[in-house]
Ligand binder design. Structure first.
Ligand code: GRF
Length: 190
């Protein structure tokens, strides 16, 4: 069986990318082939270097107005595209080129607290402001709209009245780091 090849897109710190890479580090059937980012300052670049994963940095024009990223992923025989804190909308051409092969993690229980502008601390602030008693993570297929693809997996955590958005963020990150690698593995084995 040929090795499964994953490309991870990230715009920020990359803690999820690192957890996924660590999860597969001892699995000869799966390779994190590339980490791609739109942000030359992203913390994920340093993590990729430590993990000896090749990094591709691209800009908005390349991503939205050239076929280069799609062609790169196709030429590299990528089996699964994983968005892990990637802040850009996926162009329709890329969604079409990789049907049911692009997944994203969102730090809330979609369909609530999703969509444009709902990312990072904004999500947790909205959850706390709404006095929700639970939050969680959603892993979903990606389509051309923010956070609207078919849901693959959700996990929840309690939110108590004394929780700050930072408290919620910490609980969410524990769920992300635990479940995202496992769900990616299940998708590759499907
Ligand atoms: C996570 O909260 C994830 O749910 C969201 O972006 C954040 C990425 O965090 N999509 P990190 O860069 O993986 O640490």
């Amino acid at each position: 069986m040929t090795k499964k090849r994953i490309a991870i897109f990230a715009s920020g710190s990359g803690s999820n990318a690192e957890k996924i890479a660590e999860h597969f580090a001892t699995n000869p059937q799966v390779e994190i082939s590339f980490i791609l980012t739109n942000n030359p300052q992203a913390g994920v670049i340093a993590r990729a270097r430590r993990l000896h994963i090749p990094v591709v940095v691209f800009d908005r024009t390349t991503f939205y107005h050239s076929p280069r990223i799609i062609e790169f992923l196709q030429n590299q025989h990528i089996d699964l595209v994983v968005l892990a804190g990637f802040m850009m909308l996926i162009p329709e051409a890329m969604v079409q080129a990789f049907p049911n092969q692009i997944v994203n993690i969102h730090p809330a229980l979609l369909p609530k607290y999703g969509g444009k502008g709902m990312y990072g601390h904004f999500v947790h602030e909205a959850v706390v402001a709404a006095q929700e008693t639970e939050s969680g993570i959603t892993i979903h297929y990606v389509n051309e709209h923010y956070d609207e693809g078919a849901i693959i997996f959700q996990a929840t955590c309690p939110v108590v009245s004394t929780d700050t958005p930072e408290d919620v963020a910490k609980k969410i990150q524990v769920l992300e780091h635990k479940h995202f690698p496992e769900v990616v593995e299940q998708l590759l084995n499907a």
